[in-house]
Design a binder for this molecule. Structure first.
Ligand SMILES: [Zn+2]
Length: 216
């Protein structure tokens, strides 16, 4: 099953809550003044004059932007998976084309693309928009695509105890397209397969067909 996000959010029965531990930081905030100082230093270091008119607001602007791009560091993605529905539904749930923006931690350059998340429930189903929220929190951190993919899959395994989880992420890395090897248009694809999607080649083939469908 695949579908749009919000309208289906509450399509499955009544919510049941659960308390759990969290291994993610949930407090703290971004130090805007410190980023401002650092950006000013970078401008000086590259030979610019940070006091000229066009640049005078730039450090503050970049600081606010970083606060937005890294806000996932101060959020726990698990909280979006705590409200699940006890449901007998035992077919694959799939949300394709969840778009995201993230930041490559090696170059501090954006990478952006789409995540596809499928799982085979074992009595726990979450609202479809929650999957997009998990992607959003995990993406808003200094990241590498491989770890981001794995993290999303592990969160679903832990919180939903699904029989299988499949996460495929496709992204364009600006650190590859605007500098270095400069390969515009190249897309990196990573996947994380858990449970039945790892152990059973036919289940894996089925979920990959659902993810890519008629697009290949
Ligand atoms: Zn990079």
């Amino acid at each position: 099953m695949s579908g749009s996000l919000d309208p289906l959010d509450s399509a499955f029965g009544s919510p049941s809550a659960e308390t759990d531990e969290s291994s993610y930081p949930t407090s703290g905030s971004v130090d805007l003044a410190r980023i401002e100082k650092a950006v000013r230093e970078i401008l000086l270091a590259v030979g610019e004059n940070p006091d000229r008119e066009g640049l005078s607001e730039t450090p503050a602007r970049v600081a606010r932007m970083y606060a937005e791009l890294f806000r996932g560091l101060h959020e726990d993605p698990r909280r979006h998976l705590k409200k699940f529905f006890a449901e007998k539904y035992d077919e694959v749930v799939l949300v394709r084309d969840i778009s995201f923006n993230s930041m490559c931690e090696h170059h501090m350059m954006p990478f952006m693309g789409k995540a596809h998340i499928g799982y085979l429930p074992d009595g726990r189903v979450v609202g479809l928009s929650k999957l997009a929220r998990v992607v959003e929190v995990v993406a808003r951190r200094p990241q590498v695509q491989e770890r981001m993919t794995e993290t999303i899959a592990d969160l679903l395994v832990d919180e939903l105890r699904a029989k299988g989880v499949a996460v495929v992420v496709e992204a364009v890395h600006t650190c590859m397209t605007v500098r270095g090897v400069r390969k515009p248009g190249s897309v990196c694809v990573t996947s994380a397969m858990k449970g039945i999607f790892r152990s059973s080649p036919s289940s894996r083939a089925e979920i990959m067909t659902l993810i890519y469908g008629d697009r290949r």
